[in-house]
Design a binder for this molecule. Structure first.
Ligand SMILES: [Zn+2]
Length: 354
C-alpha cells in the first residue's frame, strides 16, 4: 500500500473522513452527521473518534492482507467552513459552526490524536481536490465557485492555495451582481450569493409565488420550496422556474466575467449542490460571460475550443468530485506539506527612499 493521508471535511451538516492513498485511491471512509448543536467539544470528539476508527480499519485490512503492508501516515488535513489563521490553525470565525470562533481547532485535534494536523478553509480544500483529482487534473491553476447554501470560492494559483493577505481570499459569493439587489448577510447587497445559492433559488421561487406568478411550483412543492424542486420544474419547462435558473446563470456569468478579465486563469469550476442544475443555468451563464468578458470571447469559441490563432481557451466546467472534493483536498494537504499547500503574500520590507 502506498503512503496515505487522512482527510476530514467538517461541514455544518456532515462530517466526512477518509484515508486517501498518495495515488488518490480511497482506502477507507466514513460519513457522519455533524450535530453542531451538541457543541464543539462533542463534534471534535466525534471527529477524532472517526479518524481513529479509520486508522484501525486500515490496520486490520493490512493484517488480513499478507501481500502488502500499510504505507506511512503522512498526516491529517481538515477542511472547515470559516475564516482560518493559517499560521496558527485557529478558526477565527465560522457562521456555520456557532460557538467555534477563536478556537484552536488544529491544536485541539493534534493534542487529542498526537499527530500533525493541517487546517484549511473548506472551499479552498474543495478547489485543491478538484485540481488534484477532478476537473482540474493536470492543470496548475483554477478558480472554484461552490454554489451551496451560500456561495463560496477557492483559488489555486500555480499549484498552491491562494489565501490572500489576511487569509480571506476567495470570498467569491460576495461580489456584486445587482447594483441595488437583495440585502446580503455580509452587509452589502446584490451579492452573487443572493442569486446563485440554494437559499437564493428557494427565495426567488417564494417571491414569484407571493407575486401571484402562474407556475407549477405552487402545486408540486406543496409549500416546501427547495432548489432541487425548482430545478426539476425548470427542466419540465415551467417558465417561472426556468427564469429563476436563468437568473442564477446570468448572475454567475457576471461574476465569472469579472474574474476571467481580472485573472485570465485557464479554468473556472462550478461545484456545490446547485451545480446539479447546470443544464438549467449554464446556457445563460455562458451567454453572459461571452457578452461581458472580452478575454473569454477573445480566447474561446462557442464550441468551448480555443479560437483560431490562439493556443489556449478559457474553460468553465462543472466540478467532477461532487461532495468528495473537500475530502480529497483535505487529504492532499499533508501530502503537499504546509508550506506548499498554501501561500500568503510575503510581508515586503518597507520601501526605502530612492
Ligand atoms: Zn454578500
Amino acid at each position: 500500500m502506498s503512503d496515505y493521508a487522512i482527510g476530514v471535511d467538517l461541514g455544518g451538516t456532515n462530517l466526512r473522513v477518509a484515508a486517501v492513498g498518495a495515488d488518490g485511491n480511497i482506502l477507507a471512509r466514513t460519513v457522519l452527521e455533524t450535530e453542531v448543536s451538541r457543541g464543539r467539544d462533542e463534534v471534535i470528539n466525534e471527529l477524532c473518534d472517526a479518524v481513529t476508527q479509520i486508522s484501525r480499519q486500515l490496520a486490520q485490512a493490512a493484517q488480513k492482507s499478507s501481500v502488502e503492508a500499510n504505507g506511512a501516515l503522512l498526516g491529517i488535513g481538515v477542511g472547515v467552513p470559516g475564516l482560518i489563521d493559517s499560521e496558527t490553525g485557529m478558526l477565527l470565525e465560522s457562521p456555520n459552526l456557532p460557538g467555534w470562533n477563536d478556537y484552536d481547532v488544529q491544536g485541539e485535534i493534534e493534542r487529542r490524536l498526537q499527530t500533525s494536523v493541517i487546517l484549511e478553509n473548506d472551499a479552498n480544500v474543495a478547489a485543491l481536490g478538484e485540481l488534484w483529482l477532478g476537473a482540474g487534473r493536470g492543470m496548475d491553476s483554477l478558480c472554484l465557485y461552490t454554489l451551496g447554501t451560500g456561495v463560496g470560492g477557492g483559488l489555486i494559483l500555480q499549484g498552491r492555495i491562494w489565501r490572500g493577505w489576511n487569509g480571506m481570499a476567495g470570498e467569491l459569493g460576495h461580489v456584486n451582481v445587482e447594483p441595488q439587489g437583495h440585502a446580503c448577510g455580509c452587509g452589502s447587497w446584490g451579492c452573487l450569493e443572493q442569486y446563485a445559492s440554494a437559499k437564493a433559488v428557494a427565495r426567488m421561487a417564494g417571491e414569484a409565488l407571493a407575486g401571484g406568478a402562474d407556475t407549477e411550483l405552487r402545486e408540486v412543492t406543496n409549500g416546501a420550496l427547495d432548489s432541487l424542486a425548482v430545478y426539476k420544474s425548470a427542466m419540465r419547462g415551467d417558465p417561472v422556474a426556468k427564469k429563476i435558473f436563468e437568473r442564477v446563470g446570468r448572475s454567475l456569468g457576471k461574476a465569472l466575467a469579472a474574474m476571467i478579465n481580472g485573472l485570465n486563469l485557464p479554468l473556472y469550476v462550478v461545484g456545490g449542490g446547485v451545480s446539479a442544475g447546470w443544464d438549467a443555468f449554464a446556457p445563460a451563464m455562458f451567454d453572459e460571460v461571452r457578452k461581458r468578458s472580452f478575454v473569454y470571447a477573445g480566447t474561446t469559441g462557442r464550441d468551448g475550443q480555443a479560437l483560431g490563432g490562439r493556443q489556449r481557451s478559457t474553460r468553465i466546467v462543472r466540478a467532477r468530485l461532487g461532495g468528495d472534493g473537500g475530502l480529497f483536498g483535505a487529504a492532499r494537504l499533508p501530502m503537499m506539506g504546509k508550506a506548499l499547500a498554501g501561500v500568503s503574500p510575503a510581508v515586503s520590507s518597507p520601501a526605502r527612499p530612492l
